[in-house]
Design a protein around this ligand. Structure first.
Ligand code: HEM
Ligand code: HEM
Length: 525
């Protein structure tokens, strides 16, 4: 049935456009099926929802900082002095039919977009999907992640309410902390003294033109690479490095994906209908004075806000007549290093393992214990930075001192990742040992049998081929060996690399061979 449908679709288009060959070719492409492969799709579909709702908002939003007085129907704000940007956002909320729903849809879709990208990235990381030949697609994806945060930040700044202004003020502080040129840069960026009258217009241009164009470009590249590389798959019988097991695009996958788009769309609209978000009429227009506890950015910017809070205050030096404000520069440096490390991780791992093979079969996380442990450490580091953004709320809710919370988080920022690394690595190794023993001896059945000689033994249930495959078929690695140069010496770079490699493969558990499995079966009988 599927091939007839594909042929008919190809034929229809071909008679009119001559692209039938491409359609046929693409229609036959096979996609593997696994729930974790849906995360990339959720990102894609929520972006479509963002485009639709964002376009609606542009019809009514006015990116102007000209002073005005609100005259709309929302009584508590009547006559309040504010910018045209804020007034037009209030109009969208209270006077435009469907406007509030669209604002909610746009904001919720943005949150889902960033969340799904983050989870998608974790899926790619923990299954090793970034390995050759997909390293570049990891980098392209990571650029998308950064672009998404930039989109979120610029969008959040547009309504020009108290939260918009506070966010921008932090950016202003960061820019001004850049040594020597900071003040000039800030004036350049804001078109004069902060907040000036230009910034909303400038961010608007970024938000609805430059950044979306880049996002669309990079998504196109990203998906082109997914098609070129073909999709990875989890290990299982019949799945090899050369094939892809799954459904063809036409009609099965296309129908499923199309349906899934409407589910994502529907869920966003459902949330947007029932749960309000960013009620700017409660906050009021931007004014530097009413900053209060609980002022927070959207969740995905929290890590940066938190990092700024976790650095001890008052670290400053005077050099060459300029102030070097380390309490701004150090957190920025740490965030910068963290971001670069994540972006180039595929290349670091390839260097450490010396692995030049292509990988189309995914790792189960436990079968790459060091990578999984590094991931857990990274997630912990991120989580503690993020918690930093809520330090004031933790202090007020749990009646703790602000200093106590900050000092606790500072300690966690360093100790947490180390602890997470060790625990995760041990758990992975233990799971691997369990798999190995199950593969060799079968499952424990709980059935105790008494032998003729009086001995009690537990009967083990043998595995079927599918289960056995999942447990034991994974790529094995070996640490890099040191080979001296021609002059018999081992240069420092080589020793460093070998050292990393030894650490990466520390306590490695070798998967059982087919022979060992056979023997295990035999003993079982
Ligand atoms: C695969 C979309 C961001 C790395 C995919 C797939 C889709 C997708 C639809 C195929 C299905 C799947 O495996 O989920 C997107 C969109 C993004 C985004 C719309 C953001 C706008 C990222 C990020 C990374 C990344 C942040 C990593 C840093 C990858 C890689 C693959 C992939 C390596 C190939 C996976 C494989 O074949 O197993 N992406 N992605 N993507 N994505 Fe993304
Ligand atoms: C506002 C996020 C793309 C048009 C916003 C807001 C956020 C946001 C968080 C603040 C909403 C609020 O008032 O509560 C994003 C993200 C995007 C994106 C993450 C892409 C990944 C777009 C695009 C358009 C657009 C492509 C236009 C086609 C607007 C407009 C506003 C806005 C006009 C101001 C109106 C308002 O604040 O309600 N955006 N946006 N956005 N966005 Fe976007």
């Amino acid at each position: 049935g599927s091939s007839r449908f594909t042929a008919a679709a190809a034929n229809y288009l071909d008679e009119r456009t001559k692209i039938g060959v491409a359609v046929k070719e693409f229609g036959r492409k096979v996609f593997p099926d696994h729930w974790s492969f849906l995360l990339g799709e959720v990102a894609l579909y929520s972006f479509v929802v963002i485009l639709l709702s964002g376009t609606f908002l542009t019809l009514f939003f006015q990116a102007s900082m000209v002073e005005t007085h609100y005259t709309g129907p929302y009584v508590p704000m009547k006559g309040v002095e504010m910018s045209v940007a804020m007034a037009s956002t209030l109009d969208i909320s209270f006077s435009v039919r469907g406007g509030l729903l669209m604002r909610h849809v746009h904001h919720w879709a943005a949150l889902l977009f960033v969340a799904s990208i983050g989870l998608h990235m974790l899926r790619i990381f923990f299954t090793g999907a970034f390995r050759k030949p997909r390293e570049l697609n990891w980098v392209i994806g990571f650029v998308l992640f950064i672009l998404a945060m930039a989109e979120g930040f610029t969008g959040y700044s547009l309504p020009d309410d108290v939260l918009s202004g506070n966010g921008l003020r932090i950016i202003d502080g960061i820019i001004k902390a850049i040594p020597v040129i900071g003040t000039y840069l800030s004036f350049f960026f804001f078109g004069g003294e902060f907040p000036g009258t230009a910034i909303v217009g400038r961010l608007y241009m970024l938000h609805i033109m430059v950044l979306p164009a880049l996002v669309i470009l990079f998504i196109a590249l990203h998906l082109a690479f997914v098609v070129i590389h073909k999709h990875t798959q989890y290990p299982g019988p019949g799945k090899t490095q050369q094939n892809v097991v799954g459904f063809p695009v036409l009609p099965v996958y296309a129908a499923k994906a199309g349906g899934f788009f409407f589910i994502v769309f529907g869920v966003i609209v459902l949330i947007a209908s029932f749960v309000g978000i960013n009620p700017i009429w409660n906050y009021g227009p931007y004014d530097p004075s009413p900053v209060s506890a609980g002022t927070q950015p959207d969740w995905y910017i929290g890590f940066a806000d938190g990092m700024l809070r976790l650095i001890p205050p008052g670290l400053e030096t005077e050099w060459f007549g300029y102030t070097w404000s380390w309490n701004m520069l150090i957190p920025l440096g740490i965030i910068g290093i963290f971001i670069v490390l994540v972006m180039i991780y595929p290349f670091i791992e390839a260097w450490v393992t010396g692995d030049k093979r292509e990988h189309h079969i995914l790792d189960r996380p436990r079968n790459a214990p060091t990578r999984t442990a590094i991931g857990a450490a990274g997630v912990t580091f991120y989580a503690v930075m993020w918690a930093g953004a809520s330090s004031d709320l933790m202090a007020t809710h749990f009646q703790l001192s602000m200093e106590g919370v900050i000092h606790g988080l500072q300690a966690l920022l360093i100790l947490g990742p180390i602890f997470a690394y060790q625990v995760t690595k041990r758990i992975c190794l233990a799971l691997q040992k369990k798999d190995r023993s199950i593969a060799l001896h079968g499952y424990e059945s709980g059935r105790i049998v008494r032998m003729p000689g009086g001995e009690f033994i537990e009967v083990h249930k043998p595995l079927d081929e599918y289960e056995s495959w999942q447990l034991v078929s994974y790529h094995d690695y070996a640490p890099l060996m040191l080979r001296p140069n021609d002059d018999g010496r081992i240069p420092f770079g080589k020793r460093l690399r070998a050292g990393f490699s030894r650490w990466f493969f520390e306590d490695r558990i070798v998967p059982p061979t087919q022979g060992e499995i056979e023997q295990g079966r035999h003993e079982g009988h």
